[in-house]
Design a protein around this ligand. Structure first.
Ligand SMILES: [Zn+2]
Length: 152
């Protein structure tokens, strides 16, 4: 009886491990490095959900007309008219282009935050908050290192 139970627990343990492992590799498969020129800093943000230092992005002062693209896969993400100065130190946008991102609720640091990532390559870009000053009410707080700006 005891032996059976031990065997059952062991089998159950392995099954759980296999399920978690498969889930993890499925999730990992959705993320893909396309741009082999990404720096370590960019990879840390985009694939390990890191964050750049506030006020470090050159894009903070970018005010030209154009579009912002994913630094990894060049997916078109934001139009310049949605950019605003949030004072947080990260490039901020009131809305993303349709279908640009997918979201996931993130519980890191004991806070509930909505993380968003590129719908095409899965790279993490930032978090979206519901305290935006414009009509959408949204504030996309994006790491500048994940973006490429192309003026029009
Ligand atoms: Zn991408």
């Amino acid at each position: 009886m005891k032996l059976h139970r031990r065997k059952f627990i062991k089998t159950l343990g392995i099954s759980i491990f296999v399920v978690i492992f498969q889930f993890k590799s499925l999730y990992a498969a959705a993320k893909k490095i396309v741009n082999s020129n990404l720096s370590n800093k960019q990879k840390n943000i985009m694939f390990k959900e890191g964050t750049e230092r506030p006020f470090s992005s050159e894009l903070l002062n970018e005010k030209r007309k154009g579009f912002y693209y994913c630094a990894n896969c060049e997916n078109k993400l934001f139009a310049s008219n949605s950019k605003f100065d949030s004072g947080t130190g990260w490039p901020s946008f009131s809305e993303a282009l349709p279908g640009a991102f997918k979201t996931k609720t993130d519980y890191t640091f004991g806070m509930e935050r909505v993380e968003y990532h590129c719908a095409k390559c899965g790279a993490h870009h930032g978090h979206v908050f519901n305290d935006g000053p414009r009509e959408s009410g949204k504030r996309f707080c994006n790491n500048g290192l994940c973006l490429i700006f192309k003026p029009e």
